[in-house]
Ligand binder design. Sequence first.
Ligand SMILES: CC/C=C\C/C=C\C/C=C\CC/C=C/CC(=O)SCCNC(=O)CCNC(=O)[C@H](O)C(C)(C)COP(=O)(O)OP(=O)(O)OC[C@H]1O[C@@H](n2cnc3c(N)ncnc32)[C@H](O)[C@@H]1OP(=O)(O)O
Length: 189
Amino acid sequence: MALRAALRSRSGLSGLLSQRSSCSSDIRMCVSPLLVPQERNYSTPPKIRVEFDQSTGVAVMHMQSPPVNSLSLDFLTELCISVEKLEMDKSCRGLIITSAQPKVFSAGLDITEMYGKSPEHCGAFWRSVQEMWLKLYGSNMVTIAAINGSSPAGGCLMAMTCDYRIMADNPRYNIGLNETQLGIVAPFW
Ligand SMILES: CC/C=C\C/C=C\C/C=C\CC/C=C/CC(=O)SCCNC(=O)CCNC(=O)[C@H](O)C(C)(C)COP(=O)(O)OP(=O)(O)OC[C@H]1O[C@@H](n2cnc3c(N)ncnc32)[C@H](O)[C@@H]1OP(=O)(O)O
């Protein structure tokens, strides 16, 4: 419901984008080396589950945030912390990212994080988006997106930052960038 409300109100999204565009030139400087999980609500189930096989050196990261693994601040924070932990374990050489949700890899940025929120919250959210793709793109591990469902927008961005992508062969699964349809303009970064 909140997504539909946000999509109806383009002004909410464009407000966010104009804010972010104004600080787009210093996005890299905004990125913190470590995301502090201040806003993680520990009473909720984990959104990320990692299985690491010591014998192969390969970790599988299951995204398990119902219904559609949308990239909320909490989700991105957990994901980045999980990647950091694996990075610190030198025996982990490869990372496979996949979805535990049926039919959807990731629905992209959580629209509800961009609608009716304070500038501070929007800033923290945007930094977490940047942190996610910089961390995956810059990872020393071999990263693979096992795309077992639709992966629009930010979901596509996440997949694109991996070294390899393998997508389930199902005509119902979509992947690509749809910001223009949403009225979002990707800022410089
Ligand atoms: C912008 C620049 C960013 C970075 C700069 C760096 C690089 C630039 C390069 C890339 C840019 C990356 C861009 C990111 C922008 C975004 O990601 S904006 C988000 C765009 N996402 C979408 O438009 C996806 C919309 N959703 C869908 O298409 C479908 O929901 C989906 C195919 C994923 C699943 O379909 P289905 O299984 O039928 O489920 P429902 O549609 O019924 O949805 C179930 C509930 O989930 C809610 N929901 C869906 N998507 C989102 C979302 N993105 N955020 C929050 N909530 C979402 C939906 O409302 C349903 O909830 P309800 O049951 O109604 O309560």
